[in-house]
Write a protein that binds this ligand. Structure first.
Ligand code: SF4
Length: 92
């Protein structure tokens, strides 16, 4: 994977821990974003050049379970579901 300008140098274990906590919050439905917010965020992330692991579907770029943000390294399907998350680039 190519380095992304501004990418976090956060330790792998800390990223893993943060990801596990994020997914636990998604599964436990802790502070979920509403459907419209989640869809809007996912559209922005899918079009973002920092997104990794996206795929093309019918001329649209969509997020997959493997999609991550190249800046904060969060898993995008989880990040976009949590109301109190924010894009590190201020896009949503
Ligand atoms: S969270 Fe922000 S910087 Fe990361 S992929 Fe989504 S729009 Fe891009």
């Amino acid at each position: 994977m190519a380095a992304v300008p501004g990418a976090s140098a956060e330790a792998w274990w800390r990223r893993g821990w943060r990801g596990a906590v994020g997914w636990a919050r998604v599964i436990g439905r802790v502070n979920p974003a509403d459907d419209a917010t989640r869809r809007r965020r996912r559209q922005v992330c899918a079009a973002c050049p920092a997104a990794r692991g996206t795929r093309k579907a019918h001329r649209l770029t969509v997020l997959t379970p493997a999609s991550t943000c190249g800046v904060c390294r969060c898993q995008l399907l989880a990040k976009t579901r949590l109301a109190d998350e924010a894009c590190p680039e201020g896009k949503w």
